[in-house]
Design a protein. Sequence first.
Length: 233
Amino acid sequence: MLIVLNNKCNLTKKEFISYQNELENIDLNSNKLVLCPSSPYLSLYNLNNISLGAQNVSKEEMGAFTGEVSSSQLKSLNVQYTIIGHSERRNKLNETNDEINLKIKLLLKDNIIPILCLGESLEEKLNNKTKEVIEQELLEGLKDLTEEETNKLIIAYEPIWAIGTGKIPTVEEIDYVLNIIKTHLPNNTLLYGGSANTDNIVVLNKSHLINGYLLGGLSLKTVSLQEFIYKMN
Ligand code: PGA
């Protein structure tokens, strides 16, 4: 299984250093972990057991874009994965599918694996729009990519209403969406994200379509993270 740790905009430098020391001692139990710290800490990464990911990338290649971090800069820091299209960026920072598509193309050019986040809002779910939303995010996000390029992506299904709320969908609801994704992308690694924790992992284990997890809140608590890993299939 693949576990992606999304630290979001958390931890001071001092806290990050001790957090990273704790991660070094985690027993992966033959799982693969990817750490996505805040961008200032990418250059502090020094783990042998865990791979490095970023939380975002610029849609611009390089140049006069104050505050942006380009794909080639990530590459030069040995970043191997990058989260793209997280709902917090889509909703709070108005990131569009077209911009996400540009970012994916730049990452692939630099041999960085995009972790593309997809998911519906509660309103969309209640209006039976989940399939439509997921397919539109896929269609527009993956526009003009070859099959070979598309196959490189990791897809994270993160229902927006489950992120940071303590609520999770039923396994049937998760599998319904993962099956939709699979009809378009049969070969890709599929993650579930949104309030996954040490209590609900036993339920999430029942899905045979989940290949791993994208963890936000839990990523910051190393003791619970270890428990989560031990409880995973
Ligand atoms: P959460 O966040 O695990 O805190 O719900 C997941 C995410 O936003 O990727």
